[in-house]
Design a protein around this ligand. Structure first.
Ligand code: ADP
Length: 721
């Protein structure tokens, strides 16, 4: 049993399994024959049958041996499963969008079953179990419940755990700061009552003043140490988080990076880590000191004068009410502000990286307008936030000012009535001011905590993503000879929309395979799979008979070479860029590779030869020159598998000739996959693979395919004309 669905006992009884028949899949569907939502409906796949139960009632049953294919077809808002039964395609069930990927998985499972590969069905794993809560979750996802559970506190503790000692040090300094702050009003009381009013003399007065001065110096020193330690720790935490995020970006599957906007990913590294640093510097360094002072302040006030304390506390609910009432608004508007910030950053990034297209189509004005709109929206939200604070803070200040006035009024009456000494009143007023000062400080706390929570949430969302880690017990290094087999390989960027379906073919070592197909047919997708950017959803890719998943990734990548249509150059010298594929290559090796790639001559003509700086801000190389750098990169590693993606498209004849010659040197004896739009460049391919409608439609030599008069022939005719 692969899918962990509990089907009602009633339905289970209705299935009545025969002999050695077993259930493979049992999944709900939620749209009935009448196109209305339906519950208690299941599709059950056993080793022998496909059965439908609609609203608990048994419906049609199909014998597996009469089925030749299953398809899960996405439609607007949902999808449908069809079976080709006795040669006739029939719609079996309809389901809503939430079941799309599940049914795509089932359809592939039925197809495997139909072809009799029972073992493969047994080994498929769609759902894994969450290690925390034990509930079944889709294969590649984190548990949606547990990743949210525990929330802010858990996230903060997780972040702080490696810095326990530093936190402990800051905590001790905070307590020291709190104790010294609380001592001051007590000394002031003695100064007024015992020295000034009680005629303690100048000497005693000076002693008290010296004591107060020393205490103030002590407070300053402790505060400086505390702020300094917090700032250092904040900088360390944010630097560590930045490195962790950067490392994670490198490990995450390419699909994750493609799904996110670049500005958003950049903001995680820059803005969010910066916020955490600021929180440590501005908030955390006072947090426990404030809480400590606040509690003792209340205790001392009550011990000093209960009546005045109650009068003071009467103002607290109002202050707290104001704070709490605004808290929800605060976190909402700040999340909104962050999101808009992401939008603005992403848009800017988009326009900057697509500047050539923007200029080519003369869209500067439109893009400026669009950016202005986004920027204005961001400014509007920002302004709204600031206005909110501009009203809210003074309102709170006023409530607190009234509190102190009330204490002075009622306390003054007590002093006049000899119920309280002037020193005590002074001490009490100082405590009241401290209390309100810290309430005011704490009223920004929810906002700061909400900001921190949002930052931690977004950072943990990335750090918590699963990366595909190869199982060390299974992987091994191999010396690739070059045989590549696609064994019923199926893949789609969205699992319910296959781009390549059930590819089965074996390529012999040293063979050159041309890949041909209409635009969007899946040629680049096929080489993405070979480059290891994505894994197949079903079936296998075998290299020299070993499942690609069992070959150590570093071993595999060191033996493949790639020359793509667009060669990316990193900021650095030409030497660094060629050496990228083999960092320990000697200078001589690099020159040899460059000569073979027909790149040595133009490199020698650049201002500093191999040390010429290229990349974003460096010397500009033409498309053809970049490609020859890529070829030199590939030659350097002497790869066993070569992947060429339209390597000679969009070049002038001279460049194309030079590149073609370099490529011929490179490809000799290596298994090569080459995509080309111009079919003429594939004439010397051993075999040509034509991809159409998600599958290999034709495969053979140029002459064979022309003689066949199929898709390749049509493409050739279209190009000739
Ligand atoms: P070709 O190279 O033959 O022109 P591709 O392999 O680039 O075709 O694309 C095949 C299909 O996959 C297209 O429909 C395309 O829209 C889709 N596709 C390509 N890359 C992605 C991606 N990163 N995410 C989602 N869909 C993609």
């Amino acid at each position: 049993m692969i899918l962990k669905y509990t089907i009602p006992q009633r339905v289970k009884e209705l299935i009545s399994l025969s002999g050695d028949e077993r259930i493979y899949y049992a999944v709900p569907f939620d749209i009935g024959k009448d196109a209305l939502f339906s519950d208690d409906s299941y599709l059950v796949v056993t080793t022998k049958r496909v059965l439908v139960f609609e609203q608990g009632e048994p419906g049609i049953s199909y014998d597996i041996k009469d089925i030749s294919a299953a398809k899960a077809l996405p439609r607007v808002g949902g999808g449908l499963l069809t079976l080709t039964h006795q040669g006739c395609e029939k719609v079996v069930v309809h389901y809503s969008a939430k079941h799309l990927s599940r049914y795509a998985y089932i359809a592939r499972g039925i197809n495997i079953l139909v072809s009799g590969r029972f073992e493969e069905v047994e080994s498929r794993e769609y759902e894994k179990t969450c290690p925390i809560c034990g509930r079944a979750i889709p294969g590649t996802k984190n548990c949606p419940k547990c990743s949210k559970e525990g929330g802010f506190l858990k996230a903060f503790v997780k972040m702080a755990a490696p810095y326990r000692k530093d936190f402990a040090g800051i905590f001790i300094l905070m307590i020291l700061a709190a104790v010294t702050t609380l001592l001051n009003p007590e000394i002031q009381k003695h100064l007024i009552n015992d020295v000034l009013k009680g005629n303690g003399g100048m000497k005693k007065a000076l002693l008290f003043i010296m004591l107060m001065f020393s205490l103030s110096v002590g407070i300053v020193i402790v505060n400086v140490l505390k702020s300094n330690a917090s700032a250092k720790l904040g900088a360390r935490i944010s630097a560590d988080l930045r490195s962790k995020l950067f490392k994670k970006y490198q490990e995450l599957p390419i699909s994750f990076i493609n799904d996110r906007r670049p500005g958003e990913l950049l903001n995680r590294i820059t803005n969010d880590t910066q916020h955490i640093r600021m929180f440590m510097e501005d908030v955390f360094c006072n947090l426990f000191a404030v809480l400590f002072i606040f509690i003792w302040d209340v205790v001392f006030m009550m011990a000093l004068n209960l009546k005045l304390s109650l009068i003071t506390f009467a103002f607290i609910p109002l202050a707290v009410f104001l704070t709490v009432a605004f808290r929800k608004t605060v976190s909402r508007i700040f999340r909104l502000q962050f999101r808009k910030n992401d939008d603005v950053a992403s848009d800017l990034q988009d326009v900057l990286s697509g500047m050539r297209v923007v200029k080519t189509y003369g869209k500067e004005k439109e893009e400026s307008e669009k950016f202005k709109r986004l920027s204005a929206e961001y400014a509007r939200i920002n302004r709204r936030n600031e206005t909110f604070w501009a009203y809210f803070s003074p309102l709170l200040q006023m409530v607190m000012g009234l509190g102190v006035l009330a204490v002075v009024l009622f306390g003054g009456m007590d002093v006049l009535g000899d119920k309280m000494s002037p020193g005590e009143l002074y001490q009490f007023v100082t405590y009241t001011s401290l209390l309100f000062q810290y309430i005011s400080w704490m009223n920004r706390l929810p906002l700061q905590l909400a900001q921190l929570a949002a930052c931690l949430d977004r950072i943990n969302d990335i750090l918590g993503q699963d990366v595909e880690v190869q199982d060390e017990n299974v992987v091994r290094d191999i010396d690739i000879k070059g045989e590549v087999t696609f064994d019923h390989a199926t893949f789609g960027y969205k699992s319910y929309q296959p781009i390549l379906e059930d590819l089965s073919v074996t390529i012999k070592p040293g063979e050159m395979i041309g890949i041909v197909g209409a635009s969007g047919a899946g040629k680049s997708t096929l080489i993405n799979l070979l480059m290891g950017l994505y894994d197949v959803d079903d079936g296998r890719i075998l290299i020299d008979g070993h499942d690609k998943k069992t070959i150590r990734s570093s071993s595999y990548h060191s033996q493949i070479g790639v020359v793509l249509q667009e060669t990316f150059l990193f900021s650095g010298t030409i030497l660094d860029n060629i050496r990228f594929s083999k960092p320990d290559a000697t200078y001589e090796e690099v020159i040899m590779a460059a000569k073979m790639a027909n790149a040595h001559d133009f490199i020698s003509d650049t201002p500093n030869g191999y040390n010429t700086y290229v990349g974003e801000k460096g010397y500009s190389l033409s498309g053809g020159e970049r490609q020859r750098i890529a070829i030199a990169r590939a030659i350097l590693t002497d790869p066993r598998l070569l992947i060429l993606d339209e390597a000679t498209a969009s070049l002038d004849t001279e460049s194309e000739y030079m590149i073609q010659k370099a490529l011929n040197r490179l490809t000799g004896g290596k298994t090569t996959f080459a995509i080309a739009h111009r079919l003429s460049t594939l004439k010397n391919a051993d075999r040509i693979m034509v991809i159409d409608k998600h599958r290999i439609a034709e495969m053979g030599s140029h002459e064979e395919l022309l003689a066949k008069k199929g898709i390749y022939y049509k493409l050739q005719m279209a190009q000739n004309s």
